[in-house]
Each structure stands twice: as C-alpha cells, then as structure tokens.
Design a protein around this ligand. Structure first.
Ligand SMILES: [Zn+2]
Length: 80
C-alpha cells in the first residue's frame, strides 16, 4: 500500500514537470510574430503605410504604387 502511494506521487511529479515544459514551448512563437511588424514604410504621396516588399522605391523615397511615384515627381518638377 505505502509503495503504491510513492509510485503515484512520483508519476504526478513527472507529469507536472512535462506539462510545465510543454506550456513554456507553446508561449515562444508570440515573440516571432511581433518582430515582423518592423518592415513597414510610408508612401510620400498619400502617407499610407505599406510593407517594404510591396513599395515602389525611387532612390531614398518609397511609394505605394507607380501612379503616386509619377505624381510625386511631377509635383517636384512644377515646384522648380
Ligand atoms: Zn500612395
């Protein structure tokens, strides 16, 4: 009787350790998701935030679409 109690206690302790490790692993992916929001840039023409991968880059300037790149270049030429 006393032996089976010790075995039962040991099984419960091992179960709690395994459960603790599993829950720690499940919490980790949240940090990876947060890091992806850094790759954003702003369109100079309409000031909309867009992913850098989808942006139209002209020198150091970024635009959301080719039309806004043309609009920005035209308004700069008119100013000169
Ligand atoms: Zn734009």
């Amino acid at each position: 009787m006393f032996r089976s109690l010790i075995i039962l206690a040991a099984v419960v302790v091992i179960f709690m350790i395994v459960k603790n490790r599993l829950s720690r692993r499940q919490q980790q992916p949240a940090k990876v998701r947060a890091a992806k929001t850094d790759d954003m840039t702003k369109c100079l023409q309409c000031e909309t935030y867009i992913p850098k991968k989808e942006a139209i880059i002209s020198g150091s300037d970024a635009f959301c679409c080719p039309q806004h790149l043309r609009d920005w270049e035209q308004s700069h030429k008119n100013n000169r």
